[in-house]
Design a protein around this ligand. Structure first.
Ligand code: GKE
Length: 334
C-alpha cells in the first residue's frame, strides 16, 4: 500500500486532520488531503502531504482528487453539532453530492477500498426517546426514521456504498461515528458539539469571573462521546478488517449532559450556576452505542475514559481560547 496514493477527503476538518497525521505516523508516504476550506481554515495542515483545496461536491474535482488513488477515506461533510444540523438541513443533505461523486470517481479510477464516515444520526428516532436508552444496535437504523436532514443523507450514502460494492465490486467500509471529540476540533462559531461547547463555556466563566453556564435542554439527556484516538484506531481496524456492513464506532460510556458538565467543572476546578435553555436544540433524549458487532468483527471497542479525553480536550481549548481572546477577556460567542 505505501506506494499507492491515499485520499483523505475532508482532510482540513477535525477527524480528517487527525487521520492524515495517523496515516503519516504509520509510514504512508503518498497521502492526498483535500478540503473545500481555504488552507488558513484547516484545523491541521501536515507537511509532506499533497494538500489541495477542492470542492468535492463537483464530480470533476472528485476525479482530480482520486487520480492514482488506491484508497479513499471520506470524512468530508458539511456538518456540526446539533445546533448546526437542526438549523441547516439542506446544507447537510447536500453532502450527498460529495459521497456520490466520490464513489463515481473512485469507480472510474479503480479505487480498491472506500471508507465512508456515517453517523449515529442514522438511527430510528423511536429508539432514542428515553434518556435511559437501550444501546443502539446496527439493525435499529431500520425501519428508517433518522435525524431529519443530516441523518437521511448519511443513511442514503451508506446505502450508496452498499450498492457500489454489490454492483461494481468496490470494497466499501462504513462506520457510524458516535459524537467524536478531542483537540483540533471546532469549539466556537456554531458548529461545535457539546464536549467542546461545554469546555468553552466553562473557560469563559473562569476567565470572566461570571460563574454561570448555559446548558441546552434540561441536562438530563444522555450521550456517549468518543475520543479522537479511539476513532482513529476504530477506523484503521474497520478499513483493514472484514467488516461487510455498517458498524457502530462509539464509546459505550453513557453520561447525562449534566455529568459531562460535572467532569469539565472538575477539570477546571470550578462550580457554576447552571441555567437550562429548554428551547435550545436538543436532538434525541438518549443515545448510546451497542458495541457487540464491532467487537465481533474486529475484536476491539473504544476504551478511552471520558474524564481522560476531556482533560486533554479542555487543555487544548484553553490554549486556543487564551491565544485568541487572552486570559482576561470574554469570548464574543457563547
Ligand atoms: N452543541 C451543544 N452546545 N450542545 C449542547 C450544549 C451546547 O452548548 N449544551 C447542551 N448541549 C446538549 C445538546 O442539546 C444535545 O442534547 C447534547 O448536548 C449533544 O449535543 P451535540 O454534541 O451538539 O450533538 P448530538 O449528540 O445531539 O448530535 C451529534 O451526533 C453525532 C453522532 O452521534 C450530531 O450533531 C452529529 O454531529 C454527529 O453525527
Amino acid at each position: 500500500m505505501s506506494n499507492d496514493v491515499i485520499l483523505v477527503a475532508g482532510g482540513g476538518g477535525f477527524i480528517g486532520g487527525h487521520l492524515v497525521a495517523d496515516l503519516k505516523a504509520k509510514g504512508f508516504e503518498r497521502i492526498r488531503s483535500v478540503d473545500v476550506k481555504p488552507f488558513d481554515d484547516w484545523y491541521q495542515v501536515h507537511e509532506g502531504v499533497d494538500n489541495r483545496v477542492l470542492d468535492l461536491q463537483e464530480l470533476e474535482n472528485c476525479r482530480e482528487a482520486t487520480r492514482d488513488v488506491a484508497r479513499v477515506y471520506n470524512l468530508a461533510a458539511d456538518m456540526g453539532g446539533i445546533g448546526f444540523i437542526e438549523m441547516n438541513k439542506a446544507l447537510c443533505m447536500l453532502s450527498v453530492l460529495i459521497n456520490t461523486h466520490l464513489l463515481m470517481a473512485a469507480r472510474e479510477a479503480g479505487v480498491e477500498k472506500f471508507f465512508f464516515s456515517s453517523s449515529a444520526c442514522v438511527y430510528n428516532a423511536d429508539k432514542q426517546r428515553d434518556p435511559r436508552v437501550v444501546p443502539l444496535k446496527e439493525a435499529d437504523a431500520y425501519p428508517a426514521m433518522p435525524e431529519d436532514g443530516y441523518g437521511w443523507e448519511k443513511l442514503f450514502s451508506e446505502r450508496m456504498c452498499r450498492h457500489f460494492t454489490e454492483d461494481f465490486g468496490i470494497a466499501t467500509r462504513v462506520a457510524r461515528f458516535h459524537n467524536v471529540y478531542g483537540p483540533h476540533g471546532t469549539w466556537e462559531g456554531g458548529r461545535e458539539k457539546a464536549p467542546a461547547a461545554i469546555c468553552r463555556k466553562v473557560i469563559l466563566a473562569k476567565v470572566s469571573g461570571r460563574h454561570e453556564i448555559e446548558i441546552w435542554g434540561d441536562g438530563l439527556q444522555t450521550r456517549s462521546f468518543m475520543y479522537i484516538d479511539d476513532c482513529l484506531e476504530g477506523v484503521d481496524r474497520i478499513v483493514n478488517g472484514e467488516v461487510p456492513e455498517p458498524v457502530n464506532l462509539g464509546s459505550s460510556e453513557l453520561v447525562t449532559i449534566n455529568e459531562l458538565v460535572d467532569i469539565v467543572e472538575e477539570i477546571a476546578d470550578l462550580k457554576l450556576q447552571r441555567n437550562y435553555k429548554l428551547d435550545a436544540p436538543k436532538g434525541v433524549n438518549g443515545r448510546n452505542s451497542d458495541n457487540d458487532l464491532i467487537r465481533e468483527y474486529v475484536g476491539w471497542e473504544p476504551s478511552v475514559r471520558l474524564r481522560d479525553g476531556m482533560a486533554k480536550t479542555y487543555a487544548w481549548i484553553w490554549d486556543e481560547y487564551v491565544a485568541k481572546y487572552g486570559a482576561g477577556k470574554a469570548a464574543t460567542t457563547v
